[in-house]
Every structure is written in C-alpha cells, then in structure tokens.
Design a protein around this ligand. Structure first.
Ligand SMILES: [Zn+2]
Length: 237
C-alpha cells in the first residue's frame, strides 16, 4: 500500500475515534437539562439568524425595485420640464403645472419610503449580526459543555487531534483536496482498494487515464464517483 494512502487511512481511523468520543459525550450529555437548554438555544438562535437573513434579502429586493421606479418617475419629470411653455395656452399650462406638482409629490413620497426601507435594512442587518453572534456563543458553550463532560478523555482527544494534524502535514495536497471533496459531498467509503480496473463501490470501469495516474502515484481517483482508488495487485501484475 502506498505510504500516502496508509497515512490517509491512519487519519481516517483517528477521525472515527474522535467521532466516537464526541458521540459518547453527546449521549452522556443528552439527558442533562443544561445540555437540552443549550441545544434549544443553538436551534432558536440559528432560526432567528436565518429569518433575519431572508428578511434583509426581501427588503433589499424591495429597495431595488422602488429605486428603479423612482428613477423612471424622475426621468418623466425632467422630460416634462423640457416642454416649451411659451407654446402652451393657459389651460394647458395649468394642467402641466398641476401634473408636475403631483409627480414631485410622488417622488418625495417614494424618497421617504426609500429612506424608511434603508433604515429597516440597517436595523435587520444589525439584528442579524447579533443573532449570528448569539448562535455562535451558544454553539461555543455547548462545545465547552461537551468537552467538560469528557473529563479525562479530553487529554486523549487533544492528543488525537495533535497526531491528526501532524499526519495531515505529511499528506499530499492533491490527496487532501480529493479527501475534502469526498467529505463535503458526504461520499462514503472514500478510499477504495481495487483488484481489477473496476471501482468496487460504484462498479464503473476505471479509465485508462485514471489508471495511468495510479501507476505513477500509486493512487488515483475513480473517474465515475471520484473516490480515491489504490491497488497493490495491479502494480505487481
Ligand atoms: Zn467509483
């Protein structure tokens, strides 16, 4: 097995150890009222932040539409202002004057609505900021509670994390990027050993290009599912 793959597998083993430790701590915490209250706070603050975010978005959209409407009205007023008034009789002049006054009135109405929306948006964004901070604080408190419930296990956890970082520092960026992709897309069994040029997880034939990469670096990516593939059998053959 390739040295890099071996290291990657070591990291994966550490990850499952860390996950198990957290799962155990969460299970132990679950019945505690303090934990329940905190989980509730984490949920509520996140909901508030999400609501405020979508409120801000809809206000911004409204603002944009109103601004466009304002501009259109402004253009209309400046067009009317260009009319040669000497050519108008008194009746028409009076009508134009009344119309212009009404338009200007409209414009100032829109202006104050725009100001109001702007104030709204500022307030919402401020509230959103606070909600986000509250949510982070609650999460942080829950994290601390989880750690404190681990007791002696905390030392083991920090050792595992340190070891994990040390190994990660010795793994190729290319391999880490592949791993990140598989993690972000929640793809299970990220590292697959193959004995034939077939990905045993998605059952696709491995492309010649991917095989070429595998012979060069001792590992490659499945051209279909993106999983990291390696083999000992093909190399010997
Ligand atoms: Zn595959």
């Amino acid at each position: 097995m390739n040295d890099q793959i071996e290291k990657l597998k070591e990291v994966m083993a550490i990850d499952s150890q860390i996950d198990a430790m957290y799962a155990e701590a969460h299970a132990k915490l679950e019945p505690s009222l303090e934990a329940k209250a905190l989980i509730e706070v984490v949920k509520k603050t996140k909901e508030t932040a999400d609501e405020l975010e979508s409120e801000a978005k809809s206000n911004v959209i409204q603002f944009g539409k109103l601004k466009a409407f304002y501009k259109k009205n402004q253009e209309k007023v400046s067009m009317l202002a260009k009319i040669d008034i000497d050519s108008l009789d008194d009746d028409k002049l009076a009508k134009l004057k009344a119309y212009l006054e009404k338009m200007l009135d409209n414009l100032s109405g829109i202006e104050s609505k725009l100001k109001e929306l702007n104030t709204n948006i500022e307030r919402i964004l401020k509230d959103f900021d606070k909600a986000k901070k509250d949510a982070n604080k609650a999460r942080e408190e829950y994290r601390k509670l989880t750690l404190s419930s681990m007791g002696e296990g905390r030392k083991k956890l920090s050792n595992l994390k340190r070891k994990r970082t040390m190994i990660l520092n010795t793994i190729d960026d290319r391999l880490l990027e592949a791993m990140q992709y598989l993690h972000d897309n929640a793809i299970d069994n990220p590292v697959v050993e193959i004995v034939e040029p077939i990905c045993t997880i998605c059952n696709e034939l491995i492309s010649k290009k991917a095989l070429k990469v595998m012979f060069e670096f001792d590992y490659s990516r499945c051209n279909n599912c993106g999983r990291i593939i390696y083999t000992d059998a093909l190399k010997a053959a």
